[in-house]
Design a protein. Structure first.
Length: 94
C-alpha cells in the first residue's frame, strides 16, 4: 500500500484444492519492509477449511503499509485471496 493505514482486519481465503496448505500461519503488519520488524496482527492461526475464509482482527489496530503472511513448519503456503481492511483510512503520506 502506498499510504500507511490503521489496519483492523486481514481476510484470508483458502483455496478449494490443496486446502490443507493454509495452516499454522501468522500475520504481521507494519511500516518496515522487513516483516520480522513488524508487530504480529494474528499469531499462529491453526487451520482453515476447504474454500473457507477467515477474518483475523488486529487488536489493537496496527499502523502500516506492509502485510506478511508466514507459515511455520514444513509445507507450502497457498492462498486464494488476501484482503486488508482499515476502518479509519489513511494515517499519513510517506
Amino acid at each position: 500500500m502506498y499510504y500507511i493505514h490503521l489496519i483492523s482486519d486481514v481476510l484470508l481465503v483458502n483455496q478449494h484444492n490443496n486446502y490443507e496448505r493454509l495452516t499454522n500461519v501468522e500475520v504481521r503488519v507494519g511500516k518496515d519492509t522487513n516483516q520480522l520488524n513488524n508487530p504480529t496482527c494474528y499469531d499462529r492461526m491453526r487451520t482453515v477449511g476447504q474454500s473457507q475464509a477467515v477474518i483475523l482482527q488486529c487488536v489493537p489496530r496496527i499502523p502500516g503499509r506492509y502485510v506478511a503472511v508466514q507459515m511455520f513448519g514444513d509445507g507450502i503456503l497457498t492462498l486464494c485471496e488476501v484482503s486488508v481492511y482499515s476502518r479509519i483510512g489513511k494515517v499519513f503520506v510517506r
